[in-house]
Design a protein around this ligand. Structure first.
Ligand SMILES: [Zn+2]
Ligand SMILES: [Zn+2]
Length: 146
């Protein structure tokens, strides 16, 4: 998934909005029993800032489906990751413009990884399961305490 700065410049415009659906080739997600639903949806805008540089911003809507790490119930949760990057040729601090194109896929993959939850939970205050009797403490109270 590449943005072509040359064709944008040829069009005579300074900026252009874009919308993509994208499926990373490799497995991005390293959470047990959890996967990224594909494709992810990306919307954004690219603005030319120089001969071979641009500012790219937007947001990625992605969904994770898997198992709550605490109570093991199945969960689907939606997330939004935002990104804004200044890209230029031979950029040591960020993403580079190569042959007047920008690898948007790389930016999107990195933004998803940065915005992954630390632990994948059905809800932030999930009570988990009782390690003793296996009751899901979100649904039932446990009698082990007595
Ligand atoms: Zn849970
Ligand atoms: Zn119990």
């Amino acid at each position: 998934m590449f943005l072509d700065l040359k064709s944008l410049r040829r069009s005579g415009k300074d900026s252009q909005s874009f919308f993509y659906e994208y499926s990373p080739e490799k497995d991005l997600i390293d959470i047990p029993n959890t996967k990224l639903d594909l494709p992810v949806k990306i919307s954004g805008e690219v603005t030319l800032t120089g001969m071979h540089s641009a500012f790219i911003s937007g947001e990625i809507a992605f969904t994770l489906t898997g198992e709550c790490t605490r109570c093991l119930s199945s969960v689907t949760r939606e997330y939004v990751a935002e990104f804004d990057e200044q890209v230029e040729e031979n950029n040591p601090d960020g993403y580079s413009v190569v042959n007047d194109t920008v690898d948007l896929g790389k930016i999107v993959e990195d933004a998803i990884l940065i915005n992954l939850p630390v632990s994948f939970l059905c809800k932030e205050d999930c009570k988990g399961i009782c390690l003793n009797c296996g009751v899901n403490l979100n649904e039932d109270s446990c009698k082990c305490k007595n």
